[in-house]
Design a protein around this ligand. Structure first.
Ligand code: TYM
Length: 340
């Protein structure tokens, strides 16, 4: 029996990185699951609070994210789809686990280090106050570990940027088991073949929701014309022909990765079709293929979003089913540490 769990932050519409790095795999795992398998997919609102959020915007994004998950093909009859903040077991476990996690380990996390470097930079330019480096940014990976371990998840489908967080979760689970006896299963990471999609404007950085330039990412809800403008402006190079060379030609490689993710080919195989061609040909094929891929989710999203009662029902039912799995687990943990 597999327990598959993953999460996504409601900080805006998902982009191609989220989609091809993780979400397509959520659907794939759901659709290839055996009758014994349990799938849990969470919209992680608590994680979003580590960065400043406008309450109204967060409320809307949290709701939209649930609609996106349904629009891409997650089925509430098969998967447990829920809001993290509807299950308080995550926060209780997070506290217990934080008391078993060393500060040193958290300070070594690359996400923390890069946020810290950013904030130091901004402080130097006097555009941010010290309060922006909140404690939640540091303990964020412990909450993520709790999300996973609350259900004793065995498989965690995530993109490349979450690998270090997952290693921490395994580490915490191991330490807990050593101290209190075997309670947690060590979770394994599940990756897609296109686990890292890069920014269209700067192919040395990952595609991200927070990059200031909106043309650096294509959103799942982008229209044909929006996709067209972003692909046309995507950074490439001036070498002749097209080859897949992630180190020497990262912009070209990224476009091939995205094309391959749509067609189910490896980027190397996709590249063979463009050997003697130019970027114009690759970009126009990519536009049509991507638009075809996003057509159904885009339309489904609008349809589902219009039915708020349905969304509320899915969230409520998801939270109830999630708690059915987490409650006995929390009871075991409380007993193990001497609190029950
Ligand atoms: P988040 O919301 O940043 O991203 C959601 C998923 O998208 C993947 N991803 C990418 N994959 C490839 N290329 C990219 N450019 C790219 N950008 C994002 C992420 O790897 C992720 O899988 N900490 C998590 C959310 C979380 C979680 C969890 C995940 C909270 N609790 C428990 C798994 C299990 C995050 O911030 O993802």
């Amino acid at each position: 029996k597999r327990v598959i769990l993953s999460g996504i932050q409601p900080t805006g519409t998902p982009h191609l990185g989220n989609y091809f790095g993780a979400l397509t795999n959520w659907v794939h795992m759901q659709n290839t699951a055996g009758p014994e398998d349990v799938m849990l997919y969470a919209v992680v609102g608590w994680h979003a609070l580590t960065l400043p959020q406008n309450p109204d915007a967060l409320r809307a994004a949290r709701n939209d994210m649930l609609a996106v998950l349904l629009a891409i093909g997650l089925d509430p009859k098969k998967s447990i789809i829920f809001h993290q903040d509807h299950n308080q077991d995550h926060t209780e476990l997070s506290w217990i686990l934080s008391c078993m996690t060393s500060m040193g380990h958290l300070l070594r996390m690359t996400t923390w280090k890069s946020r810290f470097a950013d904030s130091k930079n901004m402080q130097a330019h006097a555009s941010i106050d010290e309060g922006a480096m909140n404690a939640g940014l540091l303990t964020y990976p412990v909450l993520m570990a709790a999300d996973i371990l609350t259900y004793n998840a065995t498989h965690v489908p995530v993109g490349d940027d979450q690998t270090q967080h997952l290693e921490l979760a395994r580490d915490i689970a191991e330490r807990f088991n050593k101290t209190y006896g075997h309670v947690f299963t060590l979770p394994g990471i599940i990756k897609t073949s296109s686990q890292r999609i890069l920014s269209l404007r700067d192919p040395t950085a990952k595609m991200s929701k927070s990059a200031p330039n909106a043309a650096s990412r294509i959103l799942l809800t982008d229209t044909y014309d929006q996709i067209k403008a972003k692909i046309r402006a995507a950074v490439t190079d001036s070498l002749p022909g097209i080859t897949y060379d992630p180190v020497g030609r990262p912009g070209a490689a990224n476009l091939l990765t995205i094309l391959g993710a749509c067609t189910g080919e490896s980027p190397e195989v996709a590249a063979q079709r463009y050997e003697g061609k130019n970027f114009g040909a690759l970009k126009s094929d990519l536009l049509e293929t991507l638009n075809e891929t996003l057509k159904v989710p885009r339309a489904e999203f609008e349809k589902i979003k219009a039915d708020q009662a349905y969304l509320e029902g899915v969230a409520k039912d998801g939270a109830r089913r999630a708690r059915e799995y987490s409650s006995p687990m929390l009871q075991t943990v409380r007993k193990a540490v001497g609190l029950a």
